[in-house]
Design a protein around this ligand. Sequence first.
Ligand code: GLN
Length: 202
Amino acid sequence: MRVAVVGVQGDVEEHVFATKLAMDRLGIEGEVVATKKPGVVEKSDAVIIPGGESTTISKLIFRDVGGKTIAEEIISLAESDCAIMGTCAGLILLSKRGDEQVEKTKTKLLELLDIKVKRNAFGRQRESFQVPIEFKGIGKVEAIFIRAPAIVEVGNVEVLAKFENYVVAVRQKKILGLAFHPELSAEYGDTRVHEYFLKLIC
Ligand code: GLN
């Protein structure tokens, strides 16, 4: 099995580490490859889009390199019903609709999750925080939010977790979108979200 981590910007290494550890724990053989260029995602069984700065990641994945873009490779993995996970900025990129910040910055989205997101939804007072949430199918998870977006409208998706009035994790078939950072919890030994994701692959 090969899992690609979109490596153009953001917390890439943390996802590589978390995915490798989750694979080991599940006894799955395979490789985890961070990539900055087209050509890798199309040969993978699953892809992760990390957190970072959504405007920057968007520009880089929609950039044409030799007639190909990472964005179109992600979209075709989705069409083949492969597993995709986006965390934080990655969640924004997977969404169908964004807020006025997304529009103002003309950020192109992949439009694979039937949701609307609001960038930086938790405001200055709470730019970064950790809170226990109930994650459907996993249980209690310590969720780490960093200048996080929130899901403000949901269409044809399954809601997996909420925090206060906001939805913070959804699933549409094999596509997962999370407002928080499970890869940082993996640094403390909790790889359950990555294990949940890996189990979607086959
Ligand atoms: N605030 C960032 C954005 O809107 C996302 C933050 C993150 O990924 N940690 O792009």
